[in-house]
Write a protein that binds this ligand. Structure first.
Ligand code: G3P
Length: 231
């Protein structure tokens, strides 16, 4: 499963992109509305940083407006994926955009039947919101499992994108269910880094190595001579 970052913050993308784990990013109107500056500049900078698909969402309610906005957003950068909210108009806009070569992430999908419609309209990504399902007492794992199960047998090319992730377990569940992508907020990516045994292990290795200063000197020399050999 590939990991995207779910954010409108260039600084957050910059931080996490440096870890080498990001394959793309997703934004939405709420996330971008929190940021200062020109949204186009923000989207282009995120595209350059992740060097992969970056979803930018349309806000029109009618399919014609969605298509116009989608085309304009796609023209910002080759990496832009047009994010279209699920609705009758959204499906029509998805069909129109994809038939002209634009890639679409159909968002706000909460059931397998919606996912089937999104896939048939030509969406590249079908975004199911785990956290928002859990918020209303619906088991997001069961819904996501049904979506993955519904799309796979029909040789549908749409990829299932787990969104609205609130904690690391959502990401693990999405991976185990076979989702192609999970889009994860920076805070949850930070939480995914942490395990007390990792920290304790690093501390222990450092202490043991420092107890043998001559080994430290040996490693420094090894690094120095390998740099000389490579130069
Ligand atoms: O980008 C869409 C989605 O991930 C939003 O998440 O936390 O606002 O439900 P959330």
């Amino acid at each position: 499963m590939r990991l995207f970052i779910d954010t409108g913050s260039v600084a957050e993308v910059e931080e996490v992109a440096a870890w080498g784990v990001l394959s793309g990013a997703t934004t939405n109107p709420t996330l971008l509305a929190k940021e200062q500056g020109d949204p186009g500049d923000i989207l282009r900078r995120i595209c350059d940083l992740v060097d992969g698909p970056v979803s930018a969402e349309v806000v029109s309610g009618d399919s014609g407006g969605m298509v116009e906005e989608g085309r304009a957003l796609a023209a910002l950068h080759d990496h832009v994926i047009v994010k279209v909210p699920f609705s009758r108009a959204g499906l029509a806009a998805t069909r129109e955009l994809t038939s002209h070569g634009h890639r679409v992430n159909m968002t706000l999908v909460f059931s397998a039947s919606q996912a089937l419609l999104a896939a048939e309209a030509g969406a590249t990504y079908v975004s199911c919101f785990m956290g928002r399902l859990d918020d209303i007492g619906v088991d997001s794992t069961a819904v996501l499992e049904e979506i993955v199960g519904a799309l796979r047998p029909g040789a549908v090319t749409a990829q299932v994108l787990a969104a609205s992730l609130r904690h690391p377990m959502h990401a693990t569940i999405a991976a185990r269910l076979g989702c192609e992508v999970a889009t994860v907020p920076g805070k949850v990516l930070e939480q995914m880094l942490v395990h007390p045994l990792t920290e304790a292990g690093v501390e222990r290795f450092g202490t043991d190595w420092r107890a043998r200063p001559e080994f430290g000197a040996w490693l420094e020399e090894l690094v120095r001579s390998s740099k000389v050999a490579l130069s």
